[in-house]
Design a protein around this ligand. Structure first.
Ligand SMILES: C[S@@+](CC[C@H](N)C(=O)[O-])C[C@H]1O[C@@H](n2cnc3c(N)ncnc32)[C@H](O)[C@@H]1O
Length: 275
């Protein structure tokens, strides 16, 4: 694997299953966040997207901050003690389980991703507090049963108790043809009452031209990337009840400090509870 920016890349050091000729979302996101698990092809698209959206790195950082605030509140205020996090990505500290277990050490987290580069890092995700536990599952959001029937998932989470289901920065990677609404509905259905669903999703609602250009850079390089409207994102929550402050720009979801321009990060974010 190539570490650091600007060096050469080599297929010989790519982990098994990792295709370094096609850009990948987890690695581009890693590049924006200043990580080292990315290849030339990822940096090229990542940079083209920064050209289109100068605030791209800020957006990625705001998305991470949402993970921290949501995990904290779901544990501290909603009593959630187990999470199913789909589309985990390359570990970025603090990870969800670290935030949650700092407040409630017994919290369990099942992480799911379908990319081999995330699998390479799975061990880092499974270092937990003494009482808690985190697990990593290789499975695909486009096949919810592959997650719900996975033995590790069934062993680590208790589906008679509320679950925090988090789909953070992943749904834009599913085309409408993949039926992301149907897939999310299947997951919602499997969750017990009192469960919560947290989503962030990029949108063109605030800056249509910038976002169209960034999406074109990604799709032109062979990726699937779909910005969605507020209505489209709202539909992922089905009939679950939105928690305060509703579906809002990501920076405006329970900010720790006053936000001057909430629409500077082009993501919708929200958390809802199953009645
Ligand atoms: C941009 S990263 C988001 C990482 C993290 N959730 C965050 O927001 O900080 C998106 C992740 O979703 C994963 N992913 C994309 N499509 C997926 C699918 N169909 N099933 C499971 N994971 C998927 C990618 O491999 C990548 O790691």
């Amino acid at each position: 694997m190539h570490h650091g920016r600007g060096g050469s890349t080599s297929a010989a050091v790519a982990p098994p299953g990792v295709n370094i000729n096609v850009p990948h979302s987890a690695r581009i996101y890693d590049y924006w966040l200043g990580g080292k698990d990315n290849f030339a092809v990822d940096r090229a698209v990542g940079q083209a997207m920064i050209q289109a959206i100068p605030g791209m790195r800020f957006m990625a950082a705001e998305n991470r901050k949402f993970v921290h605030r949501a995990a904290r509140d779901l544990v501290a205020k909603e009593g959630i003690r187990q999470f199913l996090d789909i589309g985990t990505g390359i570990p970025t500290r603090p990870n969800l389980h670290e935030v949650a277990q700092r407040i409630a050490p017994e919290t369990r987290v099942a992480y799911v991703d379908n990319d081999p580069i995330v699998l390479v890092h799975a061990r880092a995700l499974m270092i937990s507090s003494a009482d808690g536990r985190s697990e990593y599952i290789s499975a695909d959001l486009r096949d919810p049963d592959s997650i719900l029937n996975e033995p590790v998932f069934l062993q680590s989470l208790d589906l008679t108790r509320p679950v925090g289901l988090t789909l953070i920065g992943i749904l834009m990677l599913l085309a409408d043809d993949d039926d992301p609404w149907g897939n999310v509905a299947a997951l919602r259905e499997a969750m017990p009452s009192g469960s919560v669903l947290g989503i962030t999703h990029p949108t063109a609602d605030f800056a249509p031209d910038q976002v169209a250009e960034a999406v074109a850079a990604a799709t032109g390089a062979g990726m699937t990337l779909v910005a969605r409207t507020k209505d489209e994102v709202e539909r992922f929550f089905g009939d679950w009840e939105m928690l305060e402050p509703g579906l809002v720009p990501v920076s405006a979801w329970r900010p720790d400090e006053p936000v001057t321009d909430p629409q500077a990060a082009y993501y919708w974010a929200g958390v809802a509870r199953k009645p």
